[in-house]
Unconditional design. Structure first.
Length: 127
């Protein structure tokens, strides 16, 4: 894992900093996000891998026992029932490292966020 003093400049660099088993999960997550949001760009924001589409779309990060997924409060509220097996907060979901990632659910959340982000951008343009 990178330390607070490390300057990570790409998602590839971020992922390479973890053990192989965690790298595999991060690559699965990244792939699912890419497929669900093909128009999004990648960057590092808040020291986390971030997908950007009309603003920050989703972030993710690896920790000792889980992968954090940050789809904004709207992304969590819209899937509250399906997220019951996971620890959640206002803007975060924790996927335990010892369990498979729920890639179909992640894809649904990302597609929701793409629509939500596009609607917000369109509303801003109208003002």
């Amino acid at each position: 894992m990178t330390t607070s003093g490390d300057r990570v400049t790409s998602i590839d660099q971020y992922i390479r900093a973890f053990p192989e088993d965690v790298q595999r999960k991060l690559l699965e997550l990244r792939s699912a996000i890419r497929l669900a949001a093909p128009g999004a760009s990648e960057k590092i924001s808040y020291r986390m891998p971030t997908f950007y589409f009309n603003g920050n779309l989703v972030h993710f990060a690896a920790f000792t026992h889980h992968i954090g997924f940050y789809p904004t409060p709207g992304g969590i509220d819209a899937f509250r029932e399906e997220l019951k097996p996971y620890m959640t907060s206002k803007g975060a979901i924790q996927f335990p490292l010892d369990q498979p990632l729920p890639l179909k659910l992640i894809s649904k959340i990302v597609r929701f966020r793409v629509k939500e982000s596009a609607q917000k951008a369109q509303a801003k343009r109208r003002k």
